[in-house]
Write a new protein. Structure first.
Length: 259
């Protein structure tokens, strides 16, 4: 039986499918190129994308590996991923509906596990990371790309308040130290950690999620109150001459290996 958290995620991402496919933020090339470079896929490898959404990572990884499988909780996202892979003739790409904490994949059957901008939607990221470790064969790699929370508790709490107002499916952002700790508990040894920043237009960011108008207004007010400070998760929030709010998103990429 689906939990309330799972239902919220499905509802949000069913509504967001087309916005995800069109979003310049989600489709930005440079962050994906960094993920590819750090994950270092090889032609003989079997890759698994956990929380694959509409299969956007398949474009970058499927041509570089032997097989690419995407798993996502939301059936509408999986259907869109299949459509895109078929239209773009992506080699060896397949997609399935599945839960990150109960992956429909045999143990020790994968060389490379990927997850991008999905961990912060998971109510139990520790369980998801343990599953990623389970499906990796010894020596296999996990490459995790996600929003980085501030290590400062007050700034992190402010960010969480804004993120949950903006997107009801948001669970929790991990700080780099938190992600490294969970990877270690899962039996994965971190080898690389890289931090990225990416400019985000607040109105585009709001439009990609479904929230009630009062919640959107509260998000705008909280971002405006953070201009000139670092209270929003340590991010620099700005307002231009036209009054548009923006901020510098902080992402982290961690590559870890199963011993």
């Amino acid at each position: 039986m689906a939990s309330g958290e799972d239902t919220r995620v499905r509802e949000q991402f069913t509504a967001q499918v087309e916005r995800f496919v069109r979003s310049p933020h989600v489709n930005a090339a440079e962050p994906v190129e960094r993920l590819v470079a750090l994950a270092a896929p090889a032609p003989h490898e079997r890759a698994l994308d956990v929380g694959c959404g509409p299969g956007l990572l398949a474009r970058a990884f499927a041509p570089r590996v032997a097989t690419f499988t995407g798993v996502d909780l939301t059936p509408a996202m999986v259907a869109k991923a299949r459509d895109i892979a078929r239209a773009e003739q992506l080699p060896g790409a397949a997609f399935a509906v599945g839960h990150a904490a109960r992956l429909p994949v045999r143990s020790a059957s994968v060389d490379l596990v990927l997850t991008r901008l999905a961990l912060h939607h998971m109510s139990d990221p520790a369980a998801a990371l343990a599953e990623m470790a389970r499906v990796l064969h010894p020596g296999g790699r996990a490459a995790c790309f996600d929003i980085a929370a501030s290590e400062d508790p007050e700034a992190a709490a402010y960010q969480e308040r804004v993120e949950r107002l903006r997107d009801p499916s948001h669970a929790r952002c991990l700080a780099p130290s938190g992600l490294l700790a969970l990877l270690g508990r899962a039996g994965l040894e971190a080898e690389r950690l890289e931090m990225l920043t990416h400019p985000i237009d607040a109105e585009d960011w709001l439009a990609r999620a479904d929230q009630a108008p009062p919640a959107a207004d509260e998000v705008r007010a909280l971002l405006a109150a953070a201009v000139g400070t670092r209270r929003f998760g340590g991010k620099a929030v700005t307002r231009d001459a036209a009054g548009r709010l923006a901020f510098a998103q902080r992402w982290m990429i961690v590559v870890a290996r199963r011993g």
